[in-house]
Design a protein around this ligand. Structure first.
Ligand SMILES: [Zn+2]
Ligand SMILES: [Zn+2]
Length: 324
């Protein structure tokens, strides 16, 4: 369902346009023209630790506890309901509740048959991005063979460390290591490409993902240490996609007391906006995600969130959809 008046108007306009285009095509092609378009669904927007964070009783986390709609760790689903295709991008500790956001009747049937996803894409081995796989194993959903796309390092890590290794040996995670920088055809309506990024490599390397659907391309890059340490320019990558969802862990270096700005291994939001302002002014869509619980922009009524909107950027919300 569209959430705002603007989204409602946009969806109504596009439905009317589709209907009139379908009428021009004739009845035989009516059904095809009116089919639901694929989309990426935001399943979560916080940094790995979630919101509220465990043991945090500061006002911000108490406020999050009182919120009607909970916040979840950063994740996406890629959905083409007409073709019965469902993909998960990162598996977070909040996965149980996050799957409830997938409001498609076909999806629940599939979960009942232990085949909820046609594939899982993983960015890296930090808890917010893969720990949710645990409840897809035998103690939980018990998924059947599911193609799992990740780097070779990540695949090696999953294969050689419990409990993930059991999911691999039982055939639940069907590992499909990819070569970063190369497109893969996932199915007839989806291509994907991993982009290696600099990020603390304790257990695995880290990638962002490009997803190309029938109509749009999305960048999903929830974690990076620094734009400057990347061998690609974020401005150039953003210019090649329709929507970019990027790391917004911290807004300011003051957020984490006792830590110097140089010790915070993420680009600060104002710096990312400075780098990408020209792209946004040119019409590219840049959406912030993976917000730490200290980042005030996680609250829609903060001055920081207002500043992000004023500059033409967006902040992702659970349940938000992007055309794919
Ligand atoms: Zn993370
Ligand atoms: Zn990380």
């Amino acid at each position: 369902m569209p959430k705002t008046r603007r989204e409602f108007l946009a969806s109504t306009t596009s439905a009317l346009a589709a209907a009139s285009a379908a009428a021009a095509l004739g009845p035989l092609r009516l059904a095809a023209a009116l089919r639901a378009e694929p989309y990426a669904l935001v399943l979560g927007v916080t940094q790995d630790g979630g919101m509220p964070q465990v043991g945090c009783y500061a006002e911000r986390c108490q406020r999050a506890r009182a919120r009607a709609e909970p916040r979840f760790a950063a994740s996406l689903a890629l959905i083409d309901a007409d073709r019965d295709r469902y993909y998960l991008v990162d598996a977070t500790p909040d996965i149980t509740r996050q799957l409830d956001l997938i409001d498609e009747p076909g999806f629940r049937d599939r979960a009942g048959q232990r085949r909820p996803f046609d594939g899982i894409f993983l960015t890296h081995a930090h808890i917010g991005h893969y720990a949710g796989l645990a409840v897809l194993g035998r103690e939980g959903l018990g998924i059947l063979a599911t193609p799992t796309y990740c780097t070779t390092q990540m695949a090696d890590y999953l294969s050689t460390n419990g409990p993930w290794s059991l999911m691999v040996s039982e055939g639940r995670l069907d590992l499909r290591p990819v070569t970063p920088g190369q497109w893969i055809t996932v199915d007839s309506g989806l291509q994907a490409q991993a982009l290696l990024v600099p990020h603390r490599p304790e257990f695995s390397d880290t990638v962002g993902w490009l997803f190309r659907g029938p109509t749009q391309t999305i960048l999903y890059l929830p974690d990076i240490d620094s734009w400057e340490r990347w061998d690609l320019k974020i401005e150039d990558v953003v210019s090649t996609v329709d929507t970019a969802l990027i790391d917004a862990s911290f807004y300011s270096g003051e957020e984490v007391p006792g830590r110097n700005i140089e010790d915070i291994p993420h680009p600060l939001v104002p710096h990312s906006m400075d780098l990408l302002q020209a792209r946004v002014d040119a019409g590219d869509r840049v959406v912030f995600t993976h917000l730490n619980n200290t980042n005030p922009a996680i609250f829609e009524d903060s001055v920081e969130a207002a500043e992000i909107r004023r500059r033409g950027f967006e902040i992702a919300t659970e349940g938000q959809r992007f055309p794919l």
